[in-house]
Design a protein. Structure first.
Length: 287
C-alpha cells in the first residue's frame, strides 16, 4: 500500500445554493488537488458531508469522482457506520472497480466496548474486497479506539492502516512502537502530520489539502526544512477551519479561491460573516 503514503485529501462535496450537488465544482476541485500534488483522494468521508447525502447521491458522487479522476491517483472510499449489518449490506452492493481501499469510521453514538469495535471491524474486513483503513475520531464518535485495539486489528490481513484523529500523541506512539512493519499510521489532524511522521507515521488524510495541496506536498515529500515551514504555514488558518465545525471553514476558503461555493447542508450553516472575514483576511496573505 505504498501508493497510500503521503497526502490523502478528504474531498468536500460542493453544493449549489439549492443544496443540489455541484458536479462542475467537484471536477474543478479534483483537478486542483491532483495538479497540486496530492497522493490520493478520499471520497465521502466526514468532510464530504456524507451523513446528509442520500444513498443515490453517494453513488453519483463516487461515480463522478472516479470519472473525473480517470485513474490519475488512488481513490479511498468512505464506508462506515454504527450499524454493522448495514455496512456489510453496503459492501455487498457496491462496485469496487477503481477503489483502492475503504476508510471506515468507528461506530458512533452506540459507544461500543473495545471488544465490540474489534468484532465490528473484523466483520467489515472479512467482507470487503478491498483493504480497510480504520478511522478513530473520538470527538465525533464519543468512543476511542485504544492503541491495544488498533494493534489487535492490525493483525488482520485486510486491515492496512489507521487514520488517527484522537489528538493523543502518546496513543499514536503506542501504536507506532508495536504496529506491523507495513501498517499505515495516518494523521487525521493536519497539524499533527509532522509529529506523526517523526514516530513512523505514513502521511495525512487532510481537510486543508482541499485548498492547499501544494503545501501538503511540501509537508509530506519536501526536505526537512520545506516540510517544517509548510507545517508552520498552516497555523493561522487551521483553527478557522473548525471554528464553526468542518467543512464550513474549508468550503468558505474554497469559495474565496473560486473553486466552489461555500454552501453546506443543514444542520450545518454557511460560515458566519465574522468567520468569513477572518478566512478572507488569511487567504489574502497567502497570495
Amino acid at each position: 500500500m505504498q501508493q497510500l503514503k503521503g497526502t490523502g485529501v478528504a474531498l468536500v462535496t460542493p453544493f449549489h445554493d439549492d443544496y443540489s450537488i455541484d458536479f462542475d465544482g467537484l471536477k474543478r476541485l479534483i483537478d486542483h488537488v491532483i495538479d497540486g500534488g496530492v497522493d490520493y483522494l478520499v471520497v465521502l468521508g466526514t468532510t464530504g458531508e456524507t451523513v446528509t447525502l442520500s444513498a443515490s447521491e453517494k453513488k453519483q458522487v463516487l461515480a463522478a469522482c472516479l470519472e473525473y479522476n480517470a485513474g490519475r491517483v488512488p481513490v479511498v472510499y468512505g464506508m462506515g457506520g454504527n450499524n454493522t449489518m448495514s455496512v456489510l449490506s453496503d459492501i455487498a452492493n457496491t462496485d469496487f472497480t477503481g477503489i483502492t481501499a475503504i476508510l471506515s469510521v468507528s461506530p458512533y453514538y452506540n459507544k461500543p466496548t473495545q471488544a465490540g469495535i474489534i468484532a465490528h471491524y473484523k466483520a467489515i474486513a472479512d467482507a470487503c474486497p478491498v483493504p480497510v483503513f480504520l478511522y478513530n475520531i473520538p470527538g465525533r464518535t464519543m468512543s476511542n479506539i485504544t492503541a491495544e485495539t488498533t494493534l489487535s486489528l492490525a493483525e488482520h490481513s485486510n486491515i492496512i492502516g489507521m487514520k488517527e484523529a484522537s489528538g493523543n500523541l502518546e496513543q499514536c506512539m503506542q501504536i507506532a512502537a508495536k504496529m506491523p512493519k507495513d501498517f499505515l499510521l495516518v494523521s487525521g489532524d493536519d497539524l499533527m502530520t509532522k509529529a506523526l511522521y517523526s514516530i513512523g507515521g505514513s502521511g495525512i488524510i487532510s481537510v486543508m489539502a482541499n485548498a492547499l495541496p501544494a503545501t501538503f506536498k511540501a509537508l509530506c515529500h519536501g526536505s526537512e526544512e520545506e516540510s517544517l515551514q509548510a507545517a508552520f504555514s498552516l497555523l493561522p488558518l487551521n483553527s478557522l477551519m473548525y471554528e464553526e465545525s468542518n467543512p464550513v471553514g474549508i468550503k468558505n476558503l474554497l469559495c474565496h479561491m473560486g473553486i466552489c461555493d461555500d454552501q453546506v447542508r443543514l444542520p450545518m450553516l454557511r460560515a458566519s460573516l465574522t468567520l468569513n472575514q477572518k478566512i478572507k483576511a488569511e487567504f489574502q496573505k497567502l497570495k
